[in-house]
Design a protein around this ligand. Structure first.
Ligand code: IPD
Ligand code: CA
Length: 277
């Protein structure tokens, strides 16, 4: 059997594991939420606005425990406990226990649990659960992307000036100011901009055609590992941060868009970043 086929077969099994654990993790995130955001249960990380709740920690613990049971010995990179950050070789699970922690903190129901399996740093299976609704997004390399049972397809957008584009902002003040400068220029080139606060779900929204594009600088691997595969399997063109800076976008930007606007969006972002708009 050729290696490609073997990986695609393995990918569907990995997707099942990711979905199963993400569902359990989503149930936990929802159930513990009210207690997990009380005063003593919330800490800060890189800045005072970058929060981690007892919910983020409990959910990551559960995911690690379930992975150890179902996939013993496989390494895990997770937002709250870290682990093998720079080692890309082989199979590795990449986990964001709660993506959209600020929304979770405020009781805004748009947050997610994101679990991906990566082979040599490339996503081959993933699941993103919305705990508030129970909806589950998933993909396996070569097998399409799904919301529940429904197969996903990106929008047919072919004009950037009519495109709905989402983005996000990091927690560091200087980075946010620079991100705002870019979006301030891009807004004149698109239909409108959205900022939902959950990178994994922004990527899923492109997969569903709810958005025509999404970009952001400075995401961590756990923010995009599952969502980028879901978008790509739905037909999006996806440039992940790990790809390097040779295309003029600089280091660390993710750009995900329907094929009809991907080139135009990339070119507009390069101009906006350079202040040429
Ligand atoms: C954040 C969200 C947000 C994005 C930030 C991420 P977190 O993840 O995905 O949408 O704009 O860059 O850090 O901190 O809620 O897991
Ligand atoms: Ca998180």
């Amino acid at each position: 059997m050729c290696v490609g086929l073997a990986i695609e077969r393995e990918a569907t099994a990995l997707r099942e594991v990711a979905m199963r654990i993400a569902r359990e993790a989503g149930d936990l995130a929802r159930t513990v939420r009210d207690e997990a955001v009380t005063d003593g249960a919330v800490d800060t990380k890189s800045t005072e606005t970058d929060v981690v709740t007892a919910g983020d920690r409990a959910v990551e613990r559960l995911i690690r425990q379930r992975l150890a049971e179902l996939r013993p010995g496989e390494p895990v990179l997770g937002e709250e406990e870290g682990g093998e950050g720079s080692k890309l070789e082989g199979l590795r699970w990449v986990v964001d226990p709660i993506d959209g922690t600020v929304n979770y903190l405020y009781g805004y129901p748009w947050y997610a649990v994101s679990i991906a399996a990566q082979l040599d740093g490339r996503s081959i299976a993933g699941a993103v659960v919305e705990p508030a609704t129970g909806r589950i997004w998933s993909a396996a390399l070569g097998h399409g992307a799904f919301l529940g049972d429904k197969q996903l397809r990106v929008s047919g957008a072919d004009r950037l000036d009519l495109a709905l584009v989402a983005t996000g902002f990091g927690y560091d003040r200087q980075r946010r100011i620079e991100q705002a400068r870019v979006v301030n220029q891009l807004i004149g080139e698109v239909r409108d901009i959205r900022r939902f606060g959950v990178a994994s779900l922004d990527l899923c929204a492109v997969a569903a055609g709810w958005l025509d594009g999404y970009y952001e600088v400075g995401l961590h691997r756990w923010d995009w590992a599952a969502g980028a595969l879901i978008a790509a399997e739905a037909g999006a063109e996806v440039r992940v941060p790990a790809q390097g800076s040779a295309d003029g976008l600089g280091d660390g930007m993710i750009v995900c868009a329907s094929p009809g606007i991907a080139k135009e969006l990339t070119e507009a972002l390069i101009r906006c970043r350079a202040g040429e708009v």
